[in-house]
Structure formats: structure tokens, C-alpha cells
Design a protein around this ligand. Sequence first.
Ligand code: GAP
Length: 456
Amino acid sequence: MSIDPQKKMDLLVSLCKRRGFIYPGSEIYGGFANSWDYGPYGSQLKKNIRDAWWKRFVECRPDVVGVETPIIMNPKVWEASGHLATFTDPLVDCKRCKKRFRADHVAEAAGREAGSTDLTGLVCPECKGEFTEVRNFNLMLKTYIGVTEDATSVAYLRPETAGGMFVAWKNIRDSLHRRLPIGVAQIGKAFRNEITTGNFIFRTREFDQMEIEYFVKPDQGAAAFERWLADMKSWCEDVLKLKPEHLVYHEIADEDRAFYSTRTIDIEYHYPFGVKELYGLANRTDYDLSRHQDASKEDLRFLDPETNERYIPHVIEPTWGLDRTVLVTLLEHLDIDEAESATGDAEPRMVLRFPPALAPVKAAILPLQKKGGLPEVATALAETLRSHGLATEYDESASIGKRYRRQDEIGTPWCITVDMESLTDQAATIRDRDTMAQERVAIAEIPAWIEAKLRK
Ligand code: GAP
């Protein structure tokens, strides 16, 4: 069923709240601008994505190691990286209604080219008032460490996880004694004082990133960039199962790239609210390590064991937003059609067709009756599946139709019904979420049956 994009977004947001994926944050206190609580299914989905990423890009690779560095670091880090001086957004205020906007967003909404901050002739979209001059606003979230709140105690919440990996480079180099390339991966929170938030979890002030700083010999950067582009594409298509036509690989033009970057590609997605960034890939050359070497006065060069040369490695940086990954996984796999409600009206029927490996719940065990020995058999099967590490729900409430609907809405790939015959044939019926095909499988074989499907 083709569905209006705004309606799709609204249905997704309400499904997420109703079924326990994502709720508005601080809701009992009237909410808090653009903060979200991940509920039981949302946090499990996010964890499954995070684990799949870590396994694929850290555990299963010989050239990448993981780290975990602090959210609050020495403020000198952000001075050296350039964030304190230049990590800004262009802002304007409406002189009449006093609302604040990102100038580039206002310009883009008025049809000017992406990134333009030229607002000549434009007025406030809310009240048609006149704008102030465009000013640069720093996105770093400031805090104070210790008992005094003055300039000496100022610290910042990291605006990206990358900084911690550059700062730890010297220790990683010295403790590993490896040859290049060396990739350093980290998953964690980042904070930005975003002015224009919105579109659900697309842009928030607190979000998770999954980033890799891939240190290479200076002449290996271009080739490593190509390999990472292929790896990111494969993550999107083979793990998240995003349709290739929903993705855009946006090569950033020379004049729009950071001055130190020799190549940058934004991986964009067709969201219901437009084509916008999902991930990024940049060749950052030796910029970051050179800046930190200058500022810290530590030698951050790499001693090449083959040539005996010392040089600053170049860095290829693939970066993934974890919350945006959750959002595209929900959007891509949300299937909406129409069904007749109990009162005979047409109402949207929603199924989340997640790739099974990412689904928060793998199996639901549904006894057809609440008595006659069925709950005992069904509960025992649920326990067995859990003991195999498979997230399993047991549900004996409501009609079987309602129970299937609920599991479809949380994206459970397999519903297993236990019926009277199960008591004699020791088998149960497995219903496939996507094909609706039903298969009778011996109860003792069900864990292996599911595990085999998950490996596919
Ligand atoms: N170290 C490079 C870096 O941080 P970025 O493009 O600013 O690059 C990387 O951020 C990714 O983090 C983005 O591609 C996006 O997925 C995610 N991201 C950035 N800002 C975000 C925000 N305010 N809310 C949610 N995700 C965000």
C-alpha cells in the first residue's frame, strides 16, 4: 500500500510508543525537547544492531581493535581538534517572534542550494518577521568539573567519539606493536547542542555513534577509502537489508569538503522527510594526528618496520550514527497495509519485517488454549529456547489473531502455536511472519530450526 510519507512517520512514532520501542523522554514532566527513551523492544533492537556492528567490524577483522574512551576529556583535546573554534552552526533569530533557526535549513527549505546560508529576501517561516544577521553558534555542550563553576573548571561533553581514539593513538601504537593498517573502533554517546532537532530520533542532542579511525600508510589512503566504501555498502544492504535504491552515495565536492579532507562521501537515505545523511566516510589525511602532535608535543608518528621511516599515518574515518541506524531499520522494514477492524472499518495493519538477526524477539510461543496441559508444554518450550540464548516471549492472552498482530507489530519472525495435537505428536506449528507459511516441527527440533534460519 502506498502511503503518504508524513503519515508513515506518524504511524511509526505511534507504533514505537504503543508497542514499547521508543517513548518521548521525561514524559511525566511534560517531556524534554527531543529526548527519547528506548523501551524494552527499542533497546533490544539497538543492542542487536550495535552487537552486529561490533562483531562484523571489530571481532571478525584482523585489522581493527576496539576502545572505550571518556565522554569528558581534557578540554585541550577540543582546542587541538579545532572543535572549540569551528564546530559551529549558522543561526538566525526572528526579530518578531524571537524563534531561532539554522540559516542553512531555512535557505534549503526555500529552495536554495544545500549548505547555503544566503537568506536575502527570506522571512521567518513562522510569522513572516525579519531575520537578524547570521551568527555562528558553537555546538559543544559545556559543563563544569568539581566544586567551582568558573573558567578553570570548564569541560565539554564530546561531540563525537573520534577525538578519544586520536588521543589514545599513542598508547594503542605502543601497546600493540602492529603493522599498519590499524583500525580503532568505538561505540558511544556523543553530544551536540543542536538547534534544529526533530524528525523523531534523526537529530537529537544526545546520540550514539559507531566510529572507526583507520590508520594507514600515507600512500594507502585512497585504496583503504574504496574498501571502506564497499564495507559500508555491504553493511547497509546485507546486514540492515536496506534497498539499494533507498541509499544515495553523495560525493562531497571539493569546495564543500573540510580543507584537510581529500575525499568525503555522505551516505544518505530516502527518509519520509527527505534525502538526508545516514553515515559518512572521510579521508582525513594526517590532519588530526598532526594537530594533536603539535598541541601535545608528543611524537605521534609511526615507525615503519619495513622502511625504518617515521611518519604520521593518514586516517580513513567511516562513521555510523547508531540512532539513525535504528530509525532506518524501523522505516525500511515497516510494512503497512489495510485490514478490517472489529467494527468493520479499514485500519492500518503494520508488520515490522526486520532481518531476523536484528529482531528484538526471535520467537513467540502461543498456546491455543489456557488449559488442558498446553501452557505447561508451551512454557517449557519457551524456557528451552531462552536457554539457547534466543529471546522468546510466551503469550496466552487474547485471541490468536490478536496475539499474531502484536508479534507482527514488534517484528517477531516466528510465532509457534502449541495445540491439543502437540500433546500427542510432540510437535508445534511455526508461522513465518513474512510468508505466513505454517510448518509443523517436532518440539525437540525447534531450537535448531530457529538457529539454522538465523544463520541464513
Ligand atoms: N567523527 C565524524 C563525525 O562525527 P558527523 O557526520 O558529524 O561526523 C557522524 O557524525 C554520524 O553521527 C552522522 O552520519 C549521523 O549518523 C550521526 N549524527 C550526527 N549528528 C547527530 C544528531 N544530532 N543526532 C543523531 N545522530 C547524529
